[in-house]
Design a protein around this ligand. Structure first.
Ligand code: NAD
Length: 256
């Protein structure tokens, strides 16, 4: 018996990185997965690799009508929606607050914060109607503290964290749990590409007390825990999985 036996789960941003690892793990734990992404090529490839209990659905989570259609697709195809993993974000704008292009700010918030809201907005009524469910939102340590030049991402992720708490308390008596995971730096394609293999990557690894980046599978296992009955008394929890980076004050020290 898998931890998600016979559950219907929808994962956004499933064509790559944390979402792809979560799709793989959920299916191996008995779930049927609707893998949602804007990237049709990699999304279809992922579904093909994961097997017949993973179907691809194309949607842009920044568009409310597409998110409504995505939830409708899940329910019309499989009769219910037990787990929603809202996992898409875009860093969007890389600039100090005083120079940030307005349009880049708006795009980052539309995808990374509004996209998570739209997911819950359309999935929660379905979960209420069917008598329960679980939502796991991917936030970030960047929603708990700030990064230079990432104000839009920081604000969006902080918003995801508090929206998680709001939904959690509102739906707790409807048998719906809503939690969030806050990854530290995880070796997914965008970060690996941005860092390259040189000094930048080594410095970031060193900055984590564990001395390395996380793996997508390590975050997927936290998502599985929050989606499954293993976390049955948890709702509104913000679970940090960051190799110790937020445990550090930032003062210089001497790793052992
Ligand atoms: P990734 O780029 O590997 O995967 C993200 C996926 O989302 C891609 O397949 C992309 O096509 C899809 N996507 C982008 N915009 C979309 C849209 N508007 N609609 C639908 N799909 C869209 O990224 P990842 O690193 O796996 O990130 C997944 C989540 O984890 C994000 O919320 C990110 O903020 C969070 N996170 C990542 C890290 C990290 O270091 N990788 C750290 C903290 C938090």
């Amino acid at each position: 018996m898998g931890k998600l036996n016979k559950k219907i789960a929808l994962i956004t941003g499933a064509a790559s990185g944390i979402g792809a690892a979560t799709a793989q793990l959920f299916v191996s734990e008995g779930a049927t997965v609707i893998a949602v992404d804007i990237d049709e090529t990699n999304g279809r490839q992922l579904a093909h690799e994961v097997g017949p209990r993973c179907v691809f659905h194309k949607a842009n989570v920044g568009e409310p009508l597409e998110v409504e259609a995505m939830v409708r697709f899940a329910v019309e195809s499989f009769g219910r929606l037990d787990v929603l993993h809202n996992n898409v974000a875009t860093a969007g704008a890389v600039a100090p607050v005083g120079d940030m292009p307005i349009e880049a700010w708006q795009r980052a918030i539309a995808v990374s914060l509004s996209g998570v809201f739209y997911g819950m907005r359309f999935a929660l009524p379905q979960m209420v109607a069917q008598g329960g469910g679980a939502v796991v939102n991917t936030a970030s340590v960047s929603g708990l503290a700030a990064d230079y030049m990432l104000g839009a991402y920081n604000a969006a992720k902080a918003g995801v964290i508090n929206l998680t708490r709001t939904a959690a308390i509102e739906y707790a008596r409807k048998n719906i749990r809503v939690n969030a995971v806050c990854p530290g730096s995880v070796a997914t394609p965008p970060l690996v590409r941005a860092l390259g293999e040189g000094e930048g990557r080594r410095l970031l690894e060193e900055h984590h007390p564990v001395g390395r980046l996380g793996l997508p599978e390590e975050i997927a296992r936290v998502v599985l825990f929050l989606a499954s009955e293993d976390s049955s008394f948890m709702t509104g929890s913000i679970v940090v999985a960051d190799g110790g980076i937020t445990a550090h004050t930032g003062f210089f020290g001497h790793p052992l």
